[in-house]
Design a protein around this ligand. Structure first.
Ligand code: SAJ
Length: 418
């Protein structure tokens, strides 16, 4: 059995490696020649625990090869990005191009699975017409076309690809069943068959739900100062209720999923999605809120120096794309602060922001601003702040720094009180 995977990024590559391990022959296709060459040497271009070993094993065993062009196969999996336009509407061009790219290689009875996150109805209105125009009769199941959204979380992709429940949305029930068979060979979680549009919406609603839940936490952080309560403590207590699960406030929602996917629904139903739109606004307002808090903390200082800890969009990953931490840092620089950044996961070649060691970042700083809850920060000896800073004032936007008598530790939203 042979699978052709289009797109060798955060989803396509781990998926390729896992199917290769299960015995399939995989041709992984990417438009980027460097990516293809790197992979064929058994190396990888992205960081994800467990992935380098899995790719190396797959390439060494001859089960995975990378190429810039597709090949004939039994199954085609499309895992290309869906970026957003300036107005936040989805750009489905890559999905359309990927579909076009496999046209010359299709045979009757092939299974086509779109894993990319897409706006509702994209399988019906973008993917299917390309295939129909090429002469394939989809209602007659010439080809079995499905949308099976990826739902893995960066940092745990290899584990979640196998253990998560999968939604398999077919253009026809037979298509859903064919796609389910493909996943059944590697997935240990449950597999649910549905229609393509319900699969599209379920995926988008998962991320939208998370965005709205984080927005509640962020709004609470903004309220907490006025009422002199600690938002984290309030959330801890509220979450002791068996049916409440409020998420954590922070400097904003980053990454390419949660902060983007709600717009895929909003663009289709603007008038009836005020809640989703407001959640987006609240989460997008957090970098400014953090900068406002920093200003409050450093009000009376001349040319304050700040240590910024954590640049990635979330804990324990090296990904700084769409990171609210970077937005905060740039805004602080714009406000005239002298900022020294430290992040144990980020390499200097990833960014033009100068990176420092813990000690250098803290040296002579008036305040430290913590923007990512990396394990290194959770485990860090808090007396280091006192040892190296001019004044050991810490604003922890992620609730990860240990309390210590020698430091003044502020939580997000909670600086003063009534
Ligand atoms: N965040 C908070 N507070 C929280 C949790 C997260 O501020 O309590 C922030 C993070 O710091 C980060 C952003 O939200 O900036 C998003 O991080 P995340 O860990 O919530 O999610 P992603 O974007 O890494 O992955 C999500 C996951 N979706 C869900 O959990 C519903 C993942 O399963 C999806 O596969 C992925 O989006 C995707 O590709 O859609």
């Amino acid at each position: 059995n042979k699978i052709c995977v289009i797109g060798l990024g955060y989803i396509g590559l781990p998926t390729s490696a896992i199917f290769a391990r299960a015995g399939y022959n995989i041709v992984g296709v990417d438009v980027n020649e460097n990516v293809v060459n790197t992979l064929n040497e058994g190396n990888i271009h992205i960081e994800e625990p467990g992935l380098p070993e899995a790719v190396k094993e797959a390439v060494d065993s001859g089960k995975l090869k990378a190429s810039t062009t597709p090949e004939e196969a039994d199954v085609f999996i499309i895992a290309v990005p869906t970026p957003v336009h300036e107005d936040k509407s989805a750009n489905t061009d890559y999905v359309a191009k990927a579909t076009e790219s496999i046209l010359p290689y299709l045979k009757k009875g092939n299974t086509i699975i779109v894993e990319s996150t897409i706006p509702p109805r994209t399988t019906d209105d973008v993917v299917a017409p390309i295939l129909t125009e090429a002469g394939w009769d989809l209602p007659a199941n010439d080809l079995y076309v499905s949308h099976c959204p990826e739902r893995v979380i960066p940092g745990k992709i290899m584990e979640e690809l196998i253990h998560n429940t999968r939604i398999v949305g077919g253009l026809s029930p037979e298509a859903a069943s064919k796609a389910a068979d493909v996943y059944r060979s590697v997935v240990k979680g449950e597999i649910h068959e549905t229609t393509s549009v319900e699969a599209e919406m379920a995926k988008l609603m998962e991320n939208t739900y998370r965005d709205i839940n984080i927005a509640i936490a962020n709004e609470l952080a903004k309220v907490s100062d006025k009422l002199d309560v600690n938002a984290h403590e309030v959330i801890n207590l509220a979450n002791m209720h068996p049916r409440v699960n409020i998420m954590q406030p922070g400097p904003g929602v980053g990454g390419h999923c949660i902060a983007v996917d709600p717009y895929f629904i909003i663009e289709k139903a603007k008038e009836v999605t005020p809640l989703m739109q407001t959640a987006r606004q609240i989460n997008d307002s957090m970098p400014d809120f953090v900068v406002g808090q920093v200003k409050e903390l450093t009000e009376n200082l001349q040319k304050p120096k700040l240590a910024v800890f954590g640049l990635t969009y979330k804990a324990n990953v090296d990904d700084i794309r769409e990171s609210p931490a970077i937005t905060v840092l740039r805004k602080l620089q714009k406000e005239g602060y002298n900022v020294a950044a430290h992040d144990p996961f980020v390499r200097q070649e990833q960014t033009d922001i100068e990176l420092h060691s813990v000690e250098d970042a803290l040296k002579d700083a008036d305040a430290a601003i913590v923007l990512a809850d990396h394990n290194q920060f959770k485990e860090m000896d808090p007396s280091l702040f006192q040892q190296h800073m001019k004044t050991p004032v810490v604003l922890d936007t992620r609730n990860c720094i240990q309390k210590h008598d020698d430091i003044t530790l502020y939580q997000i939203g909670h600086l003063t009180g009534l």
